[in-house]
Design a protein around this ligand. Structure first.
Ligand code: ZN
Ligand code: ZN
Length: 226
């Protein structure tokens, strides 16, 4: 790629970043820090470890003590999840939105997800909680952080009960499926992407939906597991 095109990419992303920052309703919506225990997450670069050049892929992974954090291979085609509490959200809305989000990741990865059987120890526990809820990552009330998800191979997905969750958001409602899609990305091993359009981008806002994986998200999950 010519140097001039490379700078065009940089400028494009730079521009979008300031646009997002200038938009009042755009929120930092996820509790996942970019730096964990002093280790900066790997940042997907333009020149990859396999020697191929990926233009515009800005995904990241989490560094572990033994390479990137990943789910064990024998888990990938049988990941179970369960719902502990739905808070103010109707359970059927939560169940449908989360199932849709899991399906979207399934379409583009090696993963297969299913709802856990009764009494089964599920791989991923999902709940909607207020404030302090037992994991030292308290929610902050309406606005700010909307939700958080774990890194591999912990499995939790928590939504802030103070938000006005919706499956068809308007006004200051927050879209359940869009946020689930982002947090599941963390659970599977993706950090934040510097591509603000990606599902794994840092920003989201009220009354919006973002339900489709971008090329950046897909390249990220496939680079981690395929
Ligand atoms: Zn996030
Ligand atoms: Zn939590």
């Amino acid at each position: 790629m010519a140097r001039s095109s490379w700078w065009a990419v940089v400028l494009l992303f730079g521009f979008s970043y300031s646009l997002l920052e200038a938009t009042a309703e755009t929120k930092f919506f996820c509790g996942m820090p970019d730096q964990v225990n002093g280790t900066i997450a790997h940042r997907g670069s333009f020149l990859h470890y396999d020697g191929t050049l990926h233009i515009g892929t800005l995904y990241s992974f989490f560094n572990g003590t033994d390479g990137y954090l990943r789910w064990p291979v024998d888990k990938l085609d049988d990941m179970s999840y369960t719902f502990l509490t739905s808070g103010r959200v109707p359970m059927e809305d939560l169940r449908t939105a989360v199932a849709n989000a899991f399906s979207t990741w399934e379409e583009h990865s090696v993963f297969l997800f299913r709802e856990a059987d009764l009494n089964e120890d599920a791989d991923i526990e999902i709940g909607v909680y207020d404030g302090y809820h037992g994991d030292n990552i308290p929610f902050d009330g309406r606005g700010g952080i909307f939700a958080h998800g774990s890194k591999p191979a912990d499995g939790f997905l928590h939504f802030d009960n103070a938000e006005d969750w919706s499956t068809n958001p308007t006004g200051i409602q927050v879209d359940l499926e869009s946020v689930a899609l982002h947090e599941i990305g963390h659970i599977l091993g993706l950090g934040h992407s510097d591509n603000d359009w990606a599902i794994m981008g840092r920003y989201f806002g009220y009354g919006r939906t973002k339900k489709t994986l971008t090329d950046d998200d897909i390249k990220g999950i496939q680079a981690l597991y395929d």
